[in-house]
Design a protein around this ligand. Structure first.
Ligand SMILES: *Cc1c(COP(=O)(O)O)cnc(C)c1O
Length: 472
């Protein structure tokens, strides 16, 4: 494969891509292969001699594609979506073509300066105050890790990186049960330890962290000689959309001098719509906020937007600056590798630029508003259907339900229903546990989803339930 063959292959791949996206709705959403099927179809040893790209491409279609779950399918209602709008795919093609490693300003000034501008465009889109600066991380998990390291270093007077944690007072970080498992992992990696992630009680199901309980926990820990470091709050948690009361919890945390990080990985995209911003009222006082444009803004995976009220704290935590990485002679420039755990960085800002220009904020808002409206319709219809129960009420476009016909084992039937639905393949849903009960999550967020797709979801759910063996 030579560069002189590239354009012909590029055209072929572009045609394939367009056709794939226009017809993906005809495929089963979730891969229907058995474990090991793809592995066994791949030769056990690498080739010694070059093989024609025709053969590679044919095997891609015949071996790889049957083992793919179609995240761009209009009836992908599982997890949260990872939208790849066509404008974003084009931008990623160009990023990949130029293939720059954009760790420092001088390793591609356009990538750095585009990132600065795009993070400010996103800041304005969410109506965050001008004091926030931003950086693009590879994932919300990375942003949360960076935030936990910053809390740790601030609490330790910037000595943790040099002296380590031995001999220090145990650090304490506070979160409700609504936060994502990426918080637990950040706590482990930062050396704080799971036992020092304090689960602050909530004000009741779906009502988020109790600010008075947060206050009491911090006060008790101080009195016990522990070192409170920070608070992590959720806006639109992964399981059911659970959200902590942002303004009240930030007020308590800041009264105690603690750093506050807000994880709005999914719901943050919806904050481009003013009518949803009540959900995170008070966000302007956070120390850092992360959301994933790769979930619901059409900017494909990976792209996590991390906003910081005071980036100096983050840079003080993460910058190393060996001599060979210094950018001599250019004052006032930003080296974003000092703002993140990995050194190397892809040119991720380009796809944000393409997407915001190709669709405009109004185009993106319309999609999100449609998803929320259609999801509410489905919620209303399921609620009115005998045998179905709503487990958690809609948060934006996410709600959970279960199949609990009279006299049946609701947990077993709900699990059987989600399995039957995913084997059927017309739609894709995932399950979660809510208060020990099995529930099915529904969320709408795919860019090509239509109202008819959501209506079809209702038919599939009802019909597959009716076809289950009768409750004993
Ligand atoms: C998806 C999600 C994450 C993890 O995001 P990554 O970018 O995959 O690390 C974290 N928090 C919440 C609330 C999420 O929905």
């Amino acid at each position: 494969m030579k560069w002189s063959d590239f354009a012909a292959w590029g055209r072929k791949v572009a045609d394939w891509t367009q056709d794939y996206h226009l017809t993906v709705g005809q495929r089963p959403v979730r891969a229907q292969t058995e474990p090991g099927e793809i592995l066994n179809a791949l030769p056990a040893a690498p080739p010694e001699d070059p093989q024609p790209l025709e053969d590679v491409f044919r095997d891609f279609e015949n071996i790889v594609m049957p083992g793919m779950t179609h995240w761009q399918h209009p009836r992908f209602f599982a997890y949260f979506n990872a939208n790849a709008s066509p404008a974003s795919v084009l931008a990623e093609f160009l990023t990949s073509a130029v293939a720059a490693q954009c760790m420092l300003w001088q390793t591609s000034p356009a990538a750095t300066e585009m990132e600065t501008r795009m993070m400010d465009w996103l800041r304005q889109s969410l109506d965050l105050p001008t004091r926030f600066s931003g950086v693009i991380q590879d994932s919300a998990s990375s942003a949360t890790l960076a935030a936990v390291l910053t809390m740790r270093e601030k609490a330790l007077g910037w000595t943790g990186n040099t002296a380590g944690l031995a001999g220090q007072k145990p650090l304490r970080v506070y979160a409700s049960v609504e936060v994502h498992t990426s918080v637990d992992r950040a706590i482990w990696i930062a050396g704080i330890g799971q036992d020092n992630l304090v689960r602050v009680p909530t004000q009741g199901p779906m009502r988020g962290m109790d600010p008075a309980a947060l206050d009491a926990a911090i006060t008790a820990d101080r009195a016990a000689g522990l070192l409170p470091a920070g608070v992590i709050l959720a806006v639109g948690g992964t399981g059911t959309g659970g959200t902590d009361p942002i303004a009240d919890c930030i007020a308590v945390a800041h009264r105690h001098g603690l750093y506050v990080h807000v994880d709005a990985a999914w719901a943050g995209s919806a904050m481009i719509c003013p009518e949803f911003r009540d959900m995170w009222a008070g966000i302007e006082d956070a120390d850092s906020v992360v959301f994933n444009p790769h979930k619901w803004l059409g900017v494909q995976f990976d792209c996590a937007a991390h906003f910081l009220a005071n980036p100096d704290d983050l840079v003080r935590t993460l910058a190393i600056q060996p001599e060979f990485l210094k950018t001599h002679g250019k004052d006032g420039i930003v080296n974003y590798s000092e703002w993140s755990v990995p050194l190397g960085r892809r040119f991720r800002a380009l796809k944000i630029w393409f997407v915001l220009r190709a669709y405009g904020l109004e185009g993106l808002r319309n999609r999100i508003r449609n998803h929320v409206t259609w999801s509410l319709d489905l919620h209303d219809r399921l609620k009115a259907t005998p045998g179905f129960e709503i487990v958690t009420e809609p948060v934006l476009s996410l709600f959970t339900f279960r199949y609990a016909p009279e006299g049946g084992d609701a947990d077993a039937l709900t699990l059987a229903l989600v399995t039957a639905i995913n084997d059927d393949g017309r739609i894709y849903l995932t399950q979660t546990r809510v208060g020990g009960q099995m529930a099915i999550r529904f969320q709408a967020g795919q860019f090509e989803t239509t109202e008819d797709d959501v209506k079809l979801a209702y038919d599939v759910i009802r019909d597959m339930a009716a076809a289950l063996p009768c409750p004993a």
